[in-house]
Design a protein around this ligand. Structure first.
Ligand code: ARG
Length: 626
């Protein structure tokens, strides 16, 4: 269990027990106060042993060469549980040295009462705790449709950014658009050529642009190997003519593209105008999709590779002057400790690479924006790239902000792939990449069918609105709830189910709580801010619900530290489950006395707020009815 940051007050009784027992072990065995003394707090399997057990006496006994029971007795003597749990005695020690702990229901009620503020236990960080965090997200490439592979870079990036924002950090979103380099010059050249032939490029749509992009790539790739083969085996004039022509034409196209790149770099107005059309067309579609996804990625977040173009030559010159680079087979590289591969920053033809731009990105983000953390939400397959670039940036000193003594933290929040039912990357039946917009259309369409079946009384308008929300929630939630680093299998039926760990289930759980409030009428006075109802925790379901609610701030901090939104999803699912058993077993509006009813209504209200707050961090808008 991670120790709670000392300045943040803890709400989670498990964390509080952990801290109190760790302190007791340190006091009883000062010579072993180091990390080895974990109190091992776990929920009791059997309620007759209380709510939790501290099982740390077993490993501790071994460590100090005494019997676990003796160690347990010493811990029991020195632990101060304050008002969180019933006082311990020798009778609390069971078996070989388990310490049984029973929480005080009044303590749970008091903690919940404190949690029930606008901050929900997450007061905005301030002072030295407040960080500037750059989140690199989306990262589309020009002249290409967004496809399913971009889903995670947008959704996970947006969620991570929202968590930081919720905690009060300063967040700078950066969409590192692939909008520069030879590939982009190829399609630019292609468009210029079409225009020369009289075609109107202002009528172009992204579909056609992507086809042109692929055609341009193909035209520029010469079959050099084929040619070498024909020459080596002397395959005759016919073969030579065929392949020779291809190679000749491709080389010419490539030379044209290189020339276009030079013109782009020299800001030639006509060339730049065509490039700008490509950029606008792509970004309009990309930003529209982000908007539809409810992800906060807008034009102001775009900082494409082109924005670094002017910086690369001086950056490399500076590295050369400082002796950080090395020549290797004509290329310029940075060698980094612990890696067999070098980080290549200039090709033998003088061109710069993806890594060069990322180095410039780190320098800008840390040294100009003052980032304490830079978080890259990018495909796991780019892992080696980022490890090399981070290490190279460190060698270059680019990761140290002005006036800072230590380097900022560079982190790759790597994610796995979206797979089809066949376990291979998710593709259309004809083997194409699945367009993100098509995927969203289908999710919304299917959601509409599910919603119509559930609630036929809704107006058509309302149904459309709900279907939209449910479809998008389903897609986003499935992407966020899967372990970030792992691949997952895309399955419409599962993600749209109203049962299980899905977006629709959580939206529905919230709708159910909100409908309780609509029925409560005058009972709502239980939630008045100036005179809220007293909370009483009496039944096992109330206790479980309280314990789950109290975990919330710790879970969110854990997400910020680990960059793993799936922990928040799992938590919200647990919470919805705890609420559901509470609601099934503990009548709220029908409670037998007024005080119980008021207390339970307040539990409903806290649950509602935590669920809504959690979903908002996942970027999932909630509904009042569905
Ligand atoms: N455009 C890149 C790609 O499609 C992703 C950019 C990720 N961000 C970065 N700073 N490298 O692979």
């Amino acid at each position: 269990m991670p120790a709670a940051a000392s300045h943040q007050q803890s709400f989670d009784p498990v964390q509080i027990l952990h801290d109190r027992f760790a302190a007791a072990i340190a006091a009883a065995f000062p010579e072993h106060a180091g990390g080895a003394a974990d109190p091992v707090i776990t929920p009791s399997k059997n309620p007759k042993f209380g709510d939790f057990q501290a099982n740390g006496a077993m490993p501790l006994g071994k460590l100090i060469g005494r019997s676990p029971r003796e160690a347990a007795a010493a811990i029991v003597k020195s632990v101060d549980l304050g008002d969180i749990a019933e006082p311990l005695s020798d009778a609390s020690i069971a078996g070989p040295g388990f310490i049984n702990i029973t929480l005080k229901n009044t303590a749970l009620a008091r903690l919940l009462d404190r949690l029930d503020s606008t901050a929900l236990g997450l007061d905005p960080v301030h002072g030295a705790e407040k960080q500037t965090i750059v989140v690199d997200l989306c990262g589309v490439n020009l002249a290409k449709q967004m496809h399913v592979g971009h889903l995670r870079a947008v959704i996970i990036g947006d969620a991570v950014a929202r968590v930081f924002e919720r905690m009060g950090h300063k967040v700078i979103r950066q969409n590192h658009v692939g909008d520069w380099g030879l590939n982009i010059a190829m399609v630019t050249a292609k468009l210029i050529e079409l225009e020369k032939r009289g075609e109107k490029i202002d009528k172009l749509d992204l579909d056609r642009l992507e086809k042109l992009y692929k055609a341009a790539q193909k035209e520029c790739s010469a079959d050099e190997r084929g040619l070498a083969m024909v020459e080596k085996y002397n395959l005759g004039p016919k073969a030579l003519a065929e392949i020779g022509t291809q190679v000749h034409e491709a080389r010419e196209h490539l030379a044209g593209a290189k020339n276009t790149l030079v013109k782009l770099q020299a800001h030639d107005p006509a060339t730049v105008a065509v490039w700008k059309r490509i950029a606008d067309l792509t970004m309009d579609a990309c930003l529209a999709t982000c908007k539809r996804l409810g992800a906060d990625v807008t034009a102001e977040h775009s900082a494409g590779e082109s924005s670094y173009a002017e910086e690369l030559a001086p950056l490399v010159a500076d590295l050369v002057a400082r002796g950080i680079t090395q020549e290797s087979e004509g290329a310029l590289v940075i060698r980094v400790e612990g890696f067999a591969e070098p980080c290549i920053i200039r090709k033998s033809d003088g061109g710069f690479l993806y890594a060069t731009t990322d180095l410039a990105g780190i320098r800008r983000r840390v040294q100009r924006f003052g980032a304490d953390r830079v978080v890259y939400c990018v495909d796991a397959r780019q892992g080696l790239h980022f490890r090399l670039v981070f290490a190279a940036a460190h060698r270059a000193g680019f990761d140290v902000a002005p006036g800072h003594a230590s380097p900022s933290s560079l982190e790759h929040a790597a994610f796995g792939m979206v797979l089809g039912q066949d376990g291979k990357p998710y593709k259309t039946r004809s083997g194409e990449n699945v367009k993100l917009s098509d995927l969203l259309d289908e999710a919304v369409e299917r959601a509409a069918a599910a919603v119509a079946g559930k609630n036929p009384d809704l107006s058509a308008e309302e149904r459309t609105r709900i279907a939209d929300a449910v479809g998008i929630a389903a897609i986003k939630y499935v992407d966020l709830s899967n372990d970030r680093i792992k691949d997952y299998v895309f399955d419409f039926d599962r993600m749209l189910a109203f049962e299980g760990n899905t977006g629709p289930y959580l939206l529905y759980a919230l709708v159910r709580i909100r409908s309780i409030f609509r029925k409560a009428g005058s009972g709502m006075s239980a939630l008045r801010a100036d005179a809220p109802a007293a909370i009483t925790i009496a039944t096992p379901e109330e206790k479980t619900l309280a314990l789950t609610l109290l975990r919330y701030p710790g879970v969110v901090r854990g997400v910020a530290a680990s960059l793993e939104p799936h922990r928040l999803c799992q938590y919200l699912f647990d919470l919805a489950g705890a609420f559901s058993s509470f609601f099934t077993n503990c009548p709220v509006l029908q409670a037998h006395d007024e005080a119980t009813k008021r207390s339970r209504l307040r539990l409903c209200a806290i649950t509602e707020r935590v669920l809504a707050d959690g979903l908002s961090m996942l970027g999932i808008p909630t509904l009042d009815r569905m």
